[in-house]
Design a protein around this ligand. Structure first.
Ligand code: FA5
Length: 371
């Protein structure tokens, strides 16, 4: 017999091992006899102890500890009482079961109530933490404001209104007549070159539309529809394929002024421009005329403004050419008038000390916030 067989044969005849005993106990556990009265007393003691413990619980950790002690599935006190059920006489077991379930339900309900109370207190303190402290200084509201070019436009409109000039608008998409022909700019004129204008790719044959290149178009539209006397000012966008630099932008704004009244002279023109310049820039502003040429004014001038010791070119002006008056049905023998046009970006830059007009359109709020 080898060693292992010997061991096997010896264990077969010896006392049962510890493992054998545990297996035997599992197969047939010893049942402790319990009377119904002592069972009910156990349940009552269980309820009283649970109630006392849960009544003193202060937080989630304490509640969890109490749950394990009383309701724990493995070794809770309720589990121990449940085991006693099988010790009841079979006639008492239904009553014992009822008492057991009742006690279990009562302690579970008590547990849930304490849990709710603690959760409510927690939410309350969280709400308190979130509450607005009305004594703190408020957060400043970020207010937008009007763009400096729009501010300039409104200011010029206001000044011109005081001089009796009514603000009018015209379309930005124009036809050849209003942008050129009525302004005495014939078909062969270099100002009509496609390289100098934004023509629109829409089928209009020999009369293509374009983005207006000057606000002088509005002079024509107003004169076509009204009779003199007239005092109008028009401020709006114009478009030219100019390369952007410190004083040029492909989209910019012009102020167009037109006055048609009997006896109008260049002196009236200069006087209106000086008043506009000194009201807009403030202080003493000088205006000077330099001879120039525009097809729709005769004589024509470029006008400069001197402010703070520097002369700046502001725009073009002149007496409305009789051919233009005739083209809109006015009698040039009866009426005369002046017109002027100046760049809004240039006067805004002058007023606000901006060295580069491109800054107006970079949309950098750090720049725009200054106005
Ligand atoms: C004209 O546009 C004429 N219609 C002005 C006029 C009106 C003359 C009425 C006579 C009677 P000019 O092309 O010079 O003129 O433009 C007028 C002004 O617009 C310029 O002096 C300048 O201040 C501004 N300007 C012209 N091109 C640009 C540009 N690309 N960017 C910004 N400003 C410009």
């Amino acid at each position: 017999m080898d060693c292992r067989s010997r061991l096997r044969s010896r264990s077969a005849v010896t006392e049962p091992t510890g493992r054998d005993k545990a297996a035997a106990a599992k197969a047939a556990p010893a049942v402790q006899a319990v009377t119904i009265d002592s069972f009910i007393a156990e349940l009552a003691a269980f309820r009283a102890a649970a109630s006392e413990t849960l009544g003193g619980v202060a937080g989630a950790a304490g509640l969890e500890q109490a749950r394990i002690e009383f309701l724990g599935a493995r070794s809770g006190r309720l589990k121990a009482i449940q085991k006693l059920l099988s010790g009841l006489a079979s006639a008492d077991r239904p009553a014992g079961g009822r008492h057991f379930n009742e006690a279990k339900g009562a302690v579970n309900a008590l547990f849930a109530a304490v849990q709710d109370t603690l959760a409510g207190a927690g939410a309350g303190s969280a709400a308190a933490a979130d509450a607005i402290d009305v004594t703190l200084p408020g957060e400043p509201l970020r207010l937008g404001h009007v763009h400096p070019i729009t501010q300039t436009i409104r200011r010029v409109q206001e000044i011109m209104a005081r001089l009796g000039f009514e603000s009018v608008d015209g379309p930005e998409v124009e036809d050849q007549w209003h942008n050129f022909e009525a302004l005495a700019i014939p078909a062969e004129h270099p100002a009509r070159d496609p390289l100098d204008n934004f023509y629109l790719a829409v089928a209009r044959g020999a009369d293509p539309l374009l983005l207006r290149s000057q606000t002088s178009t509005v002079q024509i539209r107003v004169m076509e529809n009204r009779r003199p006397p007239l005092r109008i000012v028009s401020l709006g966008r114009v478009y030219r394929p100019d390369t952007a630099d410190a004083t040029h932008y492909p989209m910019f704004h012009q102020v167009e002024g037109l006055l048609i009244e009997p006896g109008t002279t260049m002196a009236h023109l200069k006087s209106v421009l000086r008043q506009l310049a000194s009201s807009f820039l403030g202080g003493d502003v000088h205006v000077r005329f330099r001879p120039s040429f525009f097809p729709f004014t005769e004589p024509s001038v470029e006008f400069d403004m001197e402010w703070g010791g520097r002369w700046i070119e502001m725009g073009g002006a002149g007496m409305v050419d009789p051919a233009v008056l005739a083209a809109v049905g006015y009698d040039p023998e009866e009426v005369s008038g002046f017109a002027f046009g100046l760049g809004v970006e240039r006067i805004a830059a002058r007023r606000y000390g901006v060295a580069d007009i491109r800054d107006f359109y970079r949309n950098d709020v750090r720049f725009l916030r200054q106005f």
